[in-house]
Ligand binder design. Structure first.
Ligand code: ADP
Length: 747
């Protein structure tokens, strides 16, 4: 045990010792741990320190990196910038080099610091030799070049300054330029560009030349224009002169013709042998055709001068046409032709137009038809084509069964002086003017003319004209009167300068049994009118000292006289009827004066109120003179087929019957024997249409007949009976002549 104990003790001791050791070890370890701890703490601090240092270093690094990146960007930018600067400068340079305009830069002293290729070329120098030399050296006008230099630096720029570069060809240039400055705005030099204006100058020169040429051409054109104007004026004057000449000539020819025809008529009325009568009739006929020719030429002159005018007056177309056709009756009978009239009764009775011109047209056509037809018939027709409230369109046609016109000539015949064949004039006479005038009378009135013809079968000339309709009445026409020897106390003043005409007037008025004074111009006429009372003045128009217009004007406005004045005109186609009317003339009569027309006009005006107006369709010359006939044998000729024997029988029957019927009519009216009056008039009525007496008289007879049966409305019956008596008497006279003519015409 003790051993054990000892062992244990030892062990314990050992253990104690061990523990002490352990303790000491622990202590050492603790102190070591402390030291280590201290160390660790120190190291931690160090570590923190280090870590802090590392953070700073990191920040520094990041900053450094950023700076580096920045620097890199800047560097790149710088590089790009310098690249672009380089590009720009290259670009600018190439532009400068590429431009065709010479270009220099100057320093303040005017020394060239840079040039482009164009400048090198322009001056024909080496580039290096140009730089550093004086700018002014290269221009013809050195002073002017120095001005450029001065001006550019004083003003800061110059624009289009003209100079000439000294080169092989002395190039004209316009200099423009401006200064350039450094960063501080200090002027350090100037850029000058020279524009080569050789081409511009050339163009300018050409333009100036062109302008000069244009001015010259304008001048030439103006001269040409004024020449053309002069030529036109001359031509117009020539036309006027021609018109005037023709008018004067016609007057000069008409005046003696007037005397020839007038005196022939006077002599024809005297005792003559058969031969003398024949010769005188030939003279009169030649005179008449000369007057027609003069009228034709005058009409054409009027057409040429654009002076053809058309009247617009109301007229009765049916009357107008039948009166005109009367003209040809004798001629037609002489040639043993049949005249047929076809008048459309639908044509309004009164129309507005130019009856004189219508006469002229139909007259020309019928005259040709008669001339070129030796057997068969001539038909004159008027047909209503169209009608509305305002106007009526009428187609007129003149057909014949004559020689016809070759087709090849149809277009020609309407031209002046054109006949269908060269032999026409020799065989048939004529001048080839008629149809030309007809065309000029139809077309300007808006009408058209047409011809159809077949050789040896005949021709039809037709024309269409439109007329205004009217409600107006036609002016009263001068009725042709028989010479009444009871009317003697009429005092006439004749104003006429031509001795022959004076003599003719004297003869006519003496025949009428009128008192007359004859003076040779308007001035003397006025003096006469102041001294003496007259009933009427016959006034020539063209007279020396004071013409007819002036004299009439004086009589109306200074003498305040309303005395009737009839114009005597030689030139009815050109006479200014408006002028006659305007100065206050009452009527006019064409020379050669138709004595019956003159007589009727004088009687009408002296009896009538003086303010009667001139009317367009009062009788003019030959048209009116033919209205003397109250009968128209066309119907009889037609019915009897121109059989002279039958015609004579009919006429003699009328001549036998009518006078006793007229006596009965008059007497039964006096006796108020109505049955007898009715019977007489009733028998009379059919003869009016057979003898072609105007329908008005037939209507009058019908009115008397009606009165006789009813005995109502006696107004004007005695007057109607008197008129019927007159017309029957006249018809009998005319029919006696016709009868003799037919009798004496060889079959
Ligand atoms: P003129 O009859 O004076 O010769 P126009 O001008 O009236 O002149 O006529 C011209 C021509 O036309 C005539 O010469 C004639 O050859 C022809 N002509 C006119 N009308 C007829 C007709 N009805 N028949 C045949 N030929 C005609």
């Amino acid at each position: 045990m003790a051993k054990i104990k000892k062992t244990v003790q030892d062990e314990l001791l050992d253990a104690q010792k061990e523990i002490i050791l352990q303790k000491e070890e622990n202590k050492r370890l603790a102190s070591e741990l402390l030291i280590a701890h201290k160390k660790l703490t120190f190291q931690d601090t160090e570590k923190d320190k280090r870590a802090a240092e590392l953070g700073v270093a990191n920040i520094e690094l990041a900053f450094q990196n950023k700076e580096k990146a920045k620097k890199e960007i800047t560097h790149k930018k710088l590089k790009a910038f310098s690249h672009s600067v380089k590009l720009t400068s290259q670009y600018a340079r190439s532009l400068i080099e590429a431009t065709l305009d010479p270009w220099v830069t100057l320093d303040l002293k005017g020394v060239i610091t840079d040039v482009n290729e164009a400048m090198v070329k322009a001056t024909d120098k080496v580039r290096e030799n140009l730089v550093g030399t004086k700018f002014t050296t290269y221009f013809v006008e050195v002073k002017k070049a120095a001005n450029v230099h001065r001006e550019i630096f004083s003003k800061g720029f110059i624009l289009n300054y003209p100079l000439t570069i000294i080169d092989g060809v002395l190039t004209d240039v316009l200099l423009s330029g401006s200064v350039y400055k450094d960063e501080d705005g200090k002027v350090i030099g100037a850029v000058v560009v020279a524009r080569d204006v050789t081409d511009l100058k050339k163009i300018e020169k050409e333009l100036i030349e062109a302008k000069v040429f244009a001015e010259l051409a304008t001048g030439i054109a103006q001269v040409a224009k004024s020449k053309a104007e002069t030529a036109r004026r001359i031509a117009e004057d020539a036309v006027k002169a021609k018109q005037q000449f023709l008018s004067n000539m016609s007057h000069e020819i008409r005046t003696p013709m007037n005397a020839i025809i007038g005196f022939t008529k006077v002599v024809l009325k005297t005792e003559l042998s058969a031969k003398q009568k024949e010769y005188l009739t030939a003279i009169k006929m030649s005179g008449d055709s000369l007057i027609v020719l003069i009228n034709d030429i005058l009409d054409l002159a009027k057409v040429d001068a654009g002076k053809m005018t058309f009247e617009q007056v109301p007229f009765k177309m049916a009357l107008s046409i039948s009166a005109m056709i009367h003209l040809f009756e004798t001629k037609i009978q002489e040639k043993n032709l049949v005249l047929i009239k076809e008048y459309d009764t639908n044509i309004p009775e009164i129309l507005v137009g130019d009856p004189v011109r219508l006469h002229q047209i139909i007259l020309n056509l019928v005259s040709n038809a008669v001339k070129f037809t030796s057997k068969g018939k001539i038909t004159v027709s008027a047909r209503l084509l169209d009608e509305d409230g305002e106007k009526a369109t009428v187609q007129f046609a003149v057909s014949d069964t004559g020689i016809g016109i070759p087709e090849s000539k149809i277009d020609k015949i309407f031209e002046n002086f054109q006949q269908a064949s060269s032999g026409t004039s020799r065989l048939y006479g004529g001048t080839g003017l008629g149809l030309a005038i007809v065309k000029q009378l139809v077309e300007p009135q808006g009408g058209s003319i047409n011809v159809k013809s077949k050789i040896d079968e005949g021709s039809t000339f037709s024309f269409i004209l439109s007329f205004q309709r009217t409600k107006e009445e036609t002016p009263v026409e001068t009725e042709l009167m028989e010479l009444d020897t009871d009317i003697r106390n009429i005092k006439v003043l004749v104003v006429e300068d031509i001795a022959l005409n004076q003599l003719l007037m004297k003869t006519l008025l003496d025949d009428f049994g009128f008192e007359r004074d004859i003076v040779s111009n308007g001035r003397i006429a006025i003096e006469k009118l102041k001294d003496k009372e007259y009933d009427i003045v016959l006034m020539d128009l063209q007279m020396p000292e004071m013409n007819g217009f002036e004299a009439t004007d004086y009589i109306r406005n200074k003498l305040n006289s309303k005395i009737p004045i009839i114009a005597l005109t030689a030139d009815v186609t050109t006479v200014d009827l408006e002028k006659c009317k305007a100065v206050g003339m009452n009527d006019y009569i064409a020379k050669p004066v138709d004595e019956r027309l003159l007589y009727s006009k004088i009687i009408t005006l002296v009896k009538k109120p003086v303010d009667a107006k001139i009317t367009g369709n009062k009788g003019i010359g030959s048209f009116q003179s033919n209205k003397v006939k109250c009968i128209d044998l066309a119907y009889l000729i037609h019915r009897t087929k121109s059989n002279p024997k039958l015609m004579m029988e009919m006429i003699s029957l009328y001549l036998e019957q009518t006078p006793p019927l007229v006596v009965t009519m008059k007497q039964s009216l006096l006796d108020k024997d109505w049955d007898s009056l009715y019977g007489a008039v009733h028998k009379m009525i059919p003869s009016f249409s057979i003898m072609g007496i105007n329908i008005d008289f037939e209507n009058m007879a019908k009115k008397v007949q009606e009165y006789a049966s009813t005995q109502q409305q006696a107004d004007g019956i005695p007057d109607l009976v008197r008129q019927l008596e007159n017309i029957c008497a006249q018809a009998c006279k005319e029919l006696e002549i016709e009868f003799d003519m037919i009798k004496n015409t060889p079959i």
